[in-house]
Design a binder for this molecule. Structure first.
Ligand code: GAR
Length: 215
């Protein structure tokens, strides 16, 4: 099996990027990150990529008249690396339908909630405010709907009585670092497939909530 080429898009710290870098570095996974692209020049994730010997690019959305022009340029830049998989890892941009369609079945996102709950921002506070007993994170294929698309894997986290948004965010984040590398590994090993809108793992359709990861 030849190595899958992966392009990772970031806007910030890149701790999920780091988790994927570390996981791939363990070897035996047929995948490698060809490039890390950020829309922000000061994203710390760029330093993480450079430290790992990965090519980096910055494409600032501020240099484009509108979303369509930025996404077209971004798509050209990504495609110059001929990726099999594009991984959104804290890439805080809404993407055009054309962009998303172009990468159908090979575009991943991670989101800090048990989707379809709490799309968008401030997910931890919203889960606490709603009185939920469980929160978590999700890796999913991206479709045109913001934070939407078929779910690949979810990791639940119990909400404790003393939790605030920060304490909950920390526990969710450390689970993100488990499930994102796992989903990338499944893709690299050709274990994942998207068929008629449903995610298959090893040939079996997953439930709509994806694979439930527990430690
Ligand atoms: C992560 O918590 C990820 O789930 C979230 O951004 C953070 C990036 O952290 N993404 C979204 O909210 C997407 N809607 P990182 O830069 O340390 O990986």
């Amino acid at each position: 099996m030849s190595d899958k080429r992966i392009v990772v898009l970031i806007s910030g710290s890149g701790s999920n990027l780091q988790a994927i870098i570390d996981h791939l570095a363990q070897g035996n996974i047929p995948g490698r990150i060809s490039a890390v692209i950020s829309n922000k020049a000061d994203a710390y994730g760029l330093t993480r990529a450079t430290n790992a010997g990965i090519e980096t690019r910055v494409l600032s959305h501020r240099e484009f008249a509108d979303r369509e022009h930025f996404d077209t340029a971004l798509q050209e830049l990504i495609d110059s690396f001929e990726p099999d998989l594009v991984v959104l890892a804290g890439f805080m941009r809404i993407l055009t339908p054309e962009f998303v369609r172009h990468y159908a079945g090979r575009l991943f996102n991670i989101h800090p909630s048990l989707l379809p709950k709490y799309k968008g921002l401030h997910t931890h506070q919203r889960a606490i405010d709603a009185g939920d007993r469980e929160h978590g994170c999700t890796v999913h294929f991206v479709t045109e709907e913001l934070d939407g698309g078929p779910l690949i894997v979810q990791a639940p986290v119990a909400i404790e009585p003393g939790d605030d948004a920060d304490s909950l965010q920390q526990r969710v984040h450390s689970l993100e670092h488990r499930i994102y590398p796992l989903a990338v590994e499944w893709f690299c090993r050709d274990r994942l497939a998207l068929r008629a809108g449903s995610v298959h793992l090893d040939g079996t359709a997953l439930p709509a909530s994806g694979f439930r990861y527990t430690e």
